[in-house]
Design a protein around this ligand. Structure first.
Ligand SMILES: [Zn+2]
Length: 642
């Protein structure tokens, strides 16, 4: 698919990177950047940051960097064209869709296309045909409004063997693609396919960004030989353990309240949503998985588990609690009164009544486990009591944050009415067991020996002689902090700053490697007319260049704090960039000239043993010392541009 550059740029400009990253990572504003837990590597303290004005992200842990396209490509495991299409859809920017494009598109995209097509077809059948009337009446009878039906994309599959197949064929969606999308099955005898969903109300399952991944189909009247629900199988795009039903519709409400309500069925999600309780999701087709809880953690801090009061429901709640706690989120549980499910509860009462009930009756996990044990009569015997205590402490041991662990220890002592002191040894033992377990697992994953360090470079191979070496021998050394200041202000302020700095700095004064490369690229852009900072993040240049550019723009700390940490006195870079640049240039030049002076002294020492021309070296040294004085006095600002 060919997408013209200006279109890509339009889409990039219309995509708020913080908003998009927030679909995957819970972000917090800190200074001029946003921080969150890195989605690319496992970590407990946030080192993943986003710079909104530059539209880029950088992780200080695993050093991944990029712009909004690269982020989506990595997170969704899709190619550039798909990422562009996805963000275009999101931003509401139309892209031309041509027949040949679709043929060329990847298989994944074709599957998505087939799913989108089917969802549309089912929806139209429900809302616009005579045959769909009974299904529409059924849904209306359950209290669902047209707005809700549209919002959740509900549909109807005709009670025929080939309704979808035929319609798809007329629209150039092949049976093979429908099969890969899980929509049709191949006949056991003979050739051909038949529709998977027949005579059922259809619930499309969306990804958190609104792509149709699969469907659930519910029968309208109970039939003994038919299951109540049938669901799409797993496909290349539908991994059940990584999808939460309703998340797409719920995510903003979840982010706002920092809380998610976890229910069991599609209709519970929809009914609560319609009643104004929007922060609701369900794990569809599977028991709750760690991946699903991780997804929840991108948006919420607290999870309220809402399960049936029966034994199976209570056990599911227990498993859910442990999963939630081990992801560092708070877990609460609640059961509705008198065998009500959320759907029936809000239909009888109201959304507000539900909120009220949930607020009043929610229990933290310790109280929940204790209450359940009491209902089951487990607290009547000493063994049962010990067992209950053990279950609660085992849950606490799963909490990764020691502070939160501490809080819940106090809570457990309260709930169990057992002094803290008696509980501690049990927790210690559980934690010790856990550590041993982790250690055993680590030992199993054979750790590779670390590579030997390269020998130190010979004296000559330092700064001054770097220029004379062949490019392949140039070391990619870490640029100095002052250089980073210069790179940053040039990237941020473009043309005038570039003129100011490069009138006073030679290319060779920047450390060989990515630092100097960035300056060369900027110079090239300057000559060609426009400084396009964005190009540093669209994959045009090497990884090292991209990483460094992002690194200087997205700083770990606020600049003043950072420089203070390193004991560098640089004026506040945002307040007076020109002053910051002057100061950085001066320090950088001083460092360079000092290195040159040291090297000269070394040479003179060797010359004194009779091999080189001492006199010439001496006059050069005088020149360097004079230079140093001038730099100190900032006279380089008056030097003529080279
Ligand atoms: Zn990372």
């Amino acid at each position: 698919m060919f997408i013209p550059d200006h279109k890509v740029e339009e889409i990039r400009a219309a995509s708020d990177i913080v908003d998009i990253v927030s679909d995957y990572v819970r972000m917090k504003k800190q200074g001029s950047n946003y921080f969150g837990l890195c989605p690319f590597h496992n970590e407990k303290t946030p080192s993943f940051s986003v710079n909104l004005s530059m539209g880029i992200y950088k992780c200080f842990g695993c050093s991944k960097v990029g712009n909004v396209f690269q982020f989506v490509m990595e997170m969704e495991s899709i190619g550039f064209p798909e990422a562009v299409r996805m963000l275009a859809e999101r931003a509401g920017i139309p892209l031309p869709e041509q027949e040949e494009d679709r043929q060329q598109a990847s298989e994944i995209e074709s599957i998505y296309h087939a799913l989108r097509f089917a969802a549309r077809f089912f929806y139209d059948q429900l809302t616009q045909t005579e045959a769909g009337k009974p299904a529409l009446e059924y849904l209306t009878g359950r209290g669902f409004t047209p707005t809700t039906i549209k919002h959740f994309g509900l549909g109807y599959a005709l009670d025929r063997w080939d309704a979808l197949l035929k319609e798809a064929e007329q629209n150039h969606v092949t049976p093979e693609m429908l099969e890969k999308a899980g929509l049709v099955l191949s006949r056991k005898e003979g050739k051909g396919y038949y529709d998977r969903f027949r005579g059922r109300v259809i619930f499309p399952i969306f990804s958190h960004v609104g792509k149709v991944l699969g469907f659930g189909g519910r029968i309208m009247t109970a039939t003994p030989d038919q299951p109540k629900y049938i669901n799409s199988p797993e496909t290349k795009v539908y991994n059940k353990s990584r999808v939460l039903y309703g998340l797409y519709q719920a995510k903003h409400a979840i982010r706002k309240s920092e809380e998610v309500i976890l229910v069991e069925g599609y209709t519970d999600v929809i009914a609560l949503h319609q009643a104004g309780v929007a922060n609701v999701v369900a794990s569809s087709g599977t028991a709750l998985t760690p991946e699903q809880v991780k997804m929840i953690g991108r948006y919420a801090r607290r999870v309220l588990l809402l399960y049936d009061a029966d034994t199976a429901g209570a056990d599911a709640a227990l498993r859910g609690i442990d999963l939630v706690l081990s992801q560092g989120l708070s877990a609460y549980a609640i059961a509705l009164p008198g065998g009500d499910d959320p759907d029936s509860y809000v239909r009888q009462h109201s959304g507000e009544a539900f909120q009220e009930y949930a607020k009043k009756h929610r229990q933290d996990f310790a109280a929940y486990i204790y209450g359940m044990a009491r209902r089951r009569g487990q607290l009547d015997t000493p063994e049962g009591q010990a067992e209950t205590m053990h279950v609660i402490l085992a849950s606490i041991a799963r909490i990764p944050d020691p502070l939160m662990q501490e809080t819940f220890m106090r809570r457990a002592s309260e709930v169990l009415d057992v002094p803290d002191m008696q509980l501690r040894p049990v927790l210690s033992k559980l934690l010790q067991d856990q550590r041993n377990q982790v250690r055993r697992e680590a030992r199993r994953e054979e750790i590779a020996p670390t590579a030997p360090r390269p020998p130190l470079p010979p004296l000559e191979a330092t700064e001054a002689s770097v220029q004379e070496q062949a490019p392949s021998a140039v070391q990619e050394s870490e640029p100095l902090p002052q250089e980073k200041v210069l790179l940053r202000v040039m990237l941020e302020h473009g043309r005038p700053m570039l003129e100011f700095i490069l009138n006073h700095m030679a290319l060779e004064e920047f450390t060989a490697g990515p630092s100097r490369e960035i300056v060369e690229i900027l110079l090239q852009m300057y000559r060609e007319g426009a400084i396009e900072t964005q190009r540093f993040f669209d994959g045009s240049f090497s990884d090292a260049v991209q990483r460094l550019a992002a690194g200087v723009l997205v700083d770990r700390y606020e600049p003043s704090e950072n420089w203070a940490l390193r004991k560098i006195s640089v004026p506040r870079i945002n307040e007076d960039p020109q002053m910051a640049a002057t100061s950085a240039m001066r320090l950088l030049k001083l460092i360079r000239v000092k290195t040159a002076i040291d090297q000269h002294k070394e040479k003179m020492y060797r010359a004194s043993q009779g091999q080189e021309d001492l006199l010439a070296l001496q006059s050069e040294l005088m020149h360097l010392l004079e230079l140093k004085k001038q730099i100190d006095r900032r006279e380089f600002l008056q030097w003529n541009a080279s």
